[in-house]
Design a protein around this ligand. Structure first.
Ligand code: MGD
Ligand code: MGD
Ligand code: SF4
Ligand code: MO
Length: 719
């Protein structure tokens, strides 16, 4: 049989790199970067080969399975849809609509079929108990965009290809490849900033891979970035460098609200000196083009919403919003914003803890208590779609237990893992290389306007189903017996359209009047050019103006001041997270090729902190918090700020019944067994997974991680 090379994109992370996939006799033999792709220009990372490993993974399910007393049993698709729809409807009939909960995980945004078809199914369930990875991630960005620009997804991105000053907080794109900012080859782009004579400044409690290539790096005490950012705003205003365009209101209110946030007071809590804060404020305001970019580390912390708002305000008052080299709004070929609500906050509250919804979702930190607390509205059945909340949400161990008490659970997921092992039924979708792809999410966040349609590289086996086919099947089964109304007719019509048809319609009515046919003809995708100024026309606010001082945020500043400006911080340890290039959240550890090599799961700790606790490098330590404790190996690292320890999330495999033959041998424990669901940014309920108070001491047992009866990885990793 012939060897063919097919063009597609990698959708494992937000960089959406163009790739060339070699297929020999129906099997993938090579994956490499596509030089013809106008966005990624040939870049790929080591995870691209995982596309091939996902395809060939013997642990990946291809047919629905049902859990029985004697183990998992394969069942037919139609039988599965009927079973799931009937059980969910029964439970809702008996216990009310909200007795069914839904959790949506990260890979949904990376799949075209989930983007086009999943929301309809979720809507059909009519439950207020909706959760997603958003509240452990980018919720503060969405809240800030909703409040300032009138749409939760109208998120400006740093125009990295033209900027001369990039101030980056809580982001490590050299490991993550960038987030809420699609900029494949981020490292190369950073180098280009420097080559143009520009400057890259990183603020992070760890000297990260990205900090190492920056011009300047400053440690910041976890959870205190709000003080740093507010002091920058304070200083820019005090220096007389703040001015706003005619469509922006509220500078006076911001000046008033940041009056007490002086560099001196910020220095005390952040650990960044007042002189440095003043200098950065002056350099940022003085640069001809500057962009401030704050990501996960400043979102998932105690004042994440204030941080993301402050990042926007800093960019706006220095004249950098909506100008080349500053922060700009992408204009994708399919206007994703059109199909998604503008966002709302606090219309309802969670039942037990009364935390506010955002955009129709409640904080993921509340799932366990909503399952475990009896009463009206208690969750009795759960639908998880592309999510692994047992490893990815705070207090995962408690959620693990809670899932075991459910009356029914269905997972749309290719694997039997830490979460889905609790499911009654699992519906596995096809892997990425078998699916058509157009990126509805990440062209919306990309640093250059491009468009690309990719046909599936491989045909799906006849027994498999694409995720959109699964949602169609489930949705139609849920619609059965609900009667005919305008809503149900519309839902059913929407479910029957293919993703290709939906994208084609979106492209045709989009700003460039493209079509799938036109995109298919273009090698590597269509280049639509650099980002263009779009304000005020593109604003989604009713007034077509920006109010810099939304009450929701300003009212939270006294709380921030009480916490952050109340005197020097305590000397306890704070836990933060980290990512690794060869790892992806919790679910890509089943690729032997990716997990091999040096171990990546250890707790990183400054040598002085080890010494003061009489601990040694490599030792097994116990990390404990208010939520629980774990035992893990510690590694001394001068890259850690004193007083801060770092642990990656997504480890802690090997729980009974999970079927991940490679991942289950990977050492490591789940960081979310010590992160605390009780800690949230009260404004919108974002989980605090960075800046968690912990204690570290010698472990009592001799064994780390994974679970006692598991095979262990050696230092050389799993081969
Ligand atoms: N402590 C700590 N916790 C964190 C973070 C942190 O930095 N620190 N980061 C947070 C962030 S940013 C995120 S986004 C979340 C992620 O949280 P989740 O989305 O809950 O977790 P993932 O690890 O991405 O798990 C993805 C799940 O989807 C399945 N899957 C993979 N591909 C597909 C597919 O194509 N279709 C379907 N249906 N399923 C698929 C996988 O098998 C797995 O079960 O974790 C958060 N949790
Ligand atoms: N290889 C790989 N790539 C990924 C992922 C992955 O798991 N692996 N996950 C993907 C996902 S879902 C996401 S959301 C993105 C995330 O992309 P990034 O935001 O770049 O994520 P991280 O690498 O976790 O970087 C967060 C940084 O914040 C720092 N930090 C922690 N606490 C604080 C704090 O209080 N203040 C400041 N200033 N910094 C702090 C951490 O030390 C860390 O360096 O990555 C995506 N890409
Ligand atoms: S950076 Fe790596 S994982 Fe992300 S899209 Fe590119 S090749 Fe895939
Ligand atoms: Mo994420």
């Amino acid at each position: 049989m012939a060897t063919t090379v097919r063009r597609t994109s990698c959708n494992l992370c937000e960089a959406i790199c163009g790739v060339l996939v070699t297929v020999e006799n129906g099997r993938v033999t090579d994956v490499r970067g596509d030089e013809a792709d106008p966005l990624s220009r040939g870049h790929i990372c080591p995870k691209a080969v995982a596309l091939r490993d996902l395809q060939d993974d013997p642990d990946r399910l291809t047919q629905p399975v049902r859990r029985t007393a004697t183990g998992w049993q394969e069942i037919g698709w139609d039988e599965a849809y009927t079973l799931v729809a009937d059980r969910l409807r029964e439970i809702q009939k008996e216990h009310g609509q909200n007795s069914v909960g839904v959790y949506l995980g990260n890979p949904n945004v990376h799949s075209l079929g989930a983007m086009t078809h999943m929301p309809t199914v979720v809507r059909l369930l009519k439950t207020r108990n909706r959760f997603s990875a958003t509240s452990v991630d980018q919720l503060p960005h969405m809240l800030a965009s909703h409040l300032l620009y009138g749409h939760q997804l109208m998120v400006p991105v740093a125009d990295i290809d033209r900027t001369s000053y990039l101030l980056m907080l809580g982001a490590n794109p050299l490991a993550s490849n960038g987030s809420m900012m699609t900029a494949p080859g981020f490292g190369r782009r950073l180098k280009e900033v420097q080559r143009r004579g520009g400057r890259v400044v990183v603020i992070d409690p760890r000297r990260t891979e990205s900090a190492a290539v920056a011009d300047e790096h400053h440690f910041v005490r976890p959870g205190t970035d709000a003080a740093f950012l507010l002091a920058l705003i304070h200083q820019v205003i005090a220096d007389g460098h703040a001015s706003v365009p005619s469509y922006v209101d509220g500078l006076g209110a911001v000046k008033e609200a940041t009056r007490e946030w002086t560099p001196e007071r910020a220095a005390e809590v952040t650990g960044i000196s007042a002189d440095t804060i003043r200098r950065i404020a002056a350099e940022f305001a003085g640069a001809d083009k500057a962009a401030c970019y704050g990501r996960l580390g400043v979102s998932t912390q105690q004042f994440g919403a204030v941080c993301q708002w402050a990042v926007q305000v800093l960019n706006i008052i220095t004249g950098n919003l909506d100008r080349p080299g500053g922060t700009m709004f992408p204009r994708p070929a399919v206007d994703t914003l059109r199909g998604i609500g503008k966002g709302h906050v606090g219309i309802w509250k969670s039942r037990v803890r009364e935390l506010p919804e955002f955009g129709g979702e409640l904080p993921a930190s509340t799932i366990a208590e909503e399952i475990l607390t009896p009463g009206d509205g208690q969750i009795r059945a759960l639908v998880t779609i592309a999510g692994n909340p047992v490893l990815s949400t705070p207090n995962g161990r408690r959620l693990d237990e809670a899932l075991g008490t459910l009356d029914f659970m269905v997972a749309v997921d290719p694997y039997i893992n830490e979460t889905t092992r609790h499911a009654s039924v699992i519906l596995p979708p096809t892997p990425p290389l078998e699916r058509d792809h157009y990126d509805l999410a990440f062209h919306q966040l990309a640093v250059r306007n491009t468009a690309r349609w990719n046909d599936a590289v491989l045909a799906r086996p006849s027994e498999s189903r694409h995720d959109w086919e699964i949602f169609r099947g489930l949705g139609l089964a849920l619609l059965r017996g609900t009667g005919r109304s305008k809503k149900t007719v519309l839902a059913s019509a929407r479910l029957r359209l293919s993703p290709r048809r939906i994208v084609d319609l979106g492209l045709r009515i989009g700003p460039y009047r493209l079509s799938v046919r036109k995109l298919r003809k273009s090698v590597g995708g269509v280049d639509l050019g650099p980002l263009q100024p779009a304000l005020p026309g593109a604003l989604h606010t009713k007034t077509k103006r920006i109010d810099l001082a939304p009450p929701l945020i300003l009212d939270d500043l006294p709380r921030a001041a009480d916490t952050l400006l109340g005197g020097p911080p305590g000397d306890g340890l704070l836990l933060i997270g980290r990512r690794h290039l060869r790892s992806n959240n919790s679910w890509m550890h089943n690729s032997a090729r990716l997990v091999k090599g040096k171990p990546r799961h250890q707790l990183l700790m400054n040598p002085d902190d080890l010494m003061s606790r009489s601990l040694t490098d490599g030792q097994l330590v116990q990390v404990s918090s208010a939520a629980g404790s774990i035992d893990v190996e510690v590694a001394a690292s001068n890259d850690m700020m004193p007083g801060v320890v770092s642990l990656p999330h997504g480890f802690g495999h090997g729980r009974p019944g999970s079927r991940l033959s490679v991942a289950n041998q990977v050492a490591g424990v789940s960081a979310n067994d010590v992160t605390d669901g009780a800690l949230t940014d009260l404004l919108a309920g974002t989980a605090v997974v960075n800046g968690v108070p912990v204690e570290v001491s010698a472990a009592a047992t001799a064994q780390a991680g994974g679970g006692p009866e598991l095979p262990r990885t050696t230092k050389a990793g799993v081969e």
